[in-house]
Design a protein around this ligand. Sequence first.
Ligand SMILES: CC(C)(COP(=O)(O)OP(=O)(O)OC[C@H]1O[C@@H](n2cnc3c(N)ncnc32)[C@H](O)[C@@H]1OP(=O)(O)O)[C@@H](O)C(=O)NCCC(=O)NCCS
Length: 206
Amino acid sequence: MIAGKIVRLVSAVLDDRQRVYDWCFHSETTKSHAGPPDYPNVVIPSYDEFYSEYAEYFFTGATPCDGQGYIIQHDGEAAGFISYTCFHLLPGKAEFDLWMNSETNCGRGFGSDAIMALAIHVRNTLGIGEVIMRPSAKNARAIAAYKKAGFEESDLLPGEYLRAEYIALYGDGDYGVGGTALLRLRMTPVTNSAPPTSSPVSSMIR
Ligand SMILES: CC(C)(COP(=O)(O)OP(=O)(O)OC[C@H]1O[C@@H](n2cnc3c(N)ncnc32)[C@H](O)[C@@H]1OP(=O)(O)O)[C@@H](O)C(=O)NCCC(=O)NCCS
C-alpha cells in the first residue's frame, strides 16, 4: 500500500481488471479522453483489445521493473486507477496513466495526490528520475492536475524518452502528433548512498 496525503494506492489484482476497464471506457469519465463527441478518432477498445496492451503483470506485480497498477482509494472506497509503465522507456524513466471512476471523484485532489505518491514510490523503489504523462492536449483538467502534481509541459522528442524499438509504436502518443501533450516531472533519483525518503515531490524536483 502506498499512502498519499488524501488517497491510498492499493496494488491492483487480476479481479480488478473488468472494473478498471469499465471505469476507463464505459463510465461517465470516458468522454473526457476517448470516443465521440470530443474524441471521435480515439476508438473505445474492447476488453480483450485493452488487455492485449495492459499486460497481466500490471495486476500481479510480477515484474515491477516493467510496470504496475494500483486502485486509488479514498476513505476505503475505490475512486480510480493509476499505473506506471517503464518497459518502453529509456532507463530511469516511467510513464503514468490514470483515470477516476466517476465525476464525483474528479476535481477533489485525488488524481494529483495519487500521482505525487506514486512518483515518490517509483523514485524510492526503482530509482526513477523522470516521469512523463501524455494526455490529450484538449484535456485541460488532466493537464491542470498533472501540473498541480509538479509536472511541466515539455518539448522532448520521442527518441529522448522512448527506447528505439518503441518509437514507431508509441512515439505519436494516443492522440497523435499535435494532439498529444507531453508533461514531465524530474526528480532527484535515489542513489546508493542516499536512503529512500518520503520527501514531498516538491523537494525532489530538479
Ligand atoms: C484527469 C484526472 C485523472 C485528474 O484527477 P483529479 O482528481 O480530477 O485532479 P485534481 O482534482 O487533483 O486536479 C484537477 C484540477 O483541474 C482543474 N480543472 C477542473 N476542470 C478544469 C477545466 N475544465 N479546465 C482547467 N482546469 C480544470 C481543477 O480546478 C483542479 O485544479 P485545482 O485543484 O488547482 O483547482 C481526472 O479528472 C479524471 O479521471 N478525468 C477523466 C479521465 C481522464 O481524463 N483521464 C486522463 C487521461 S490522460
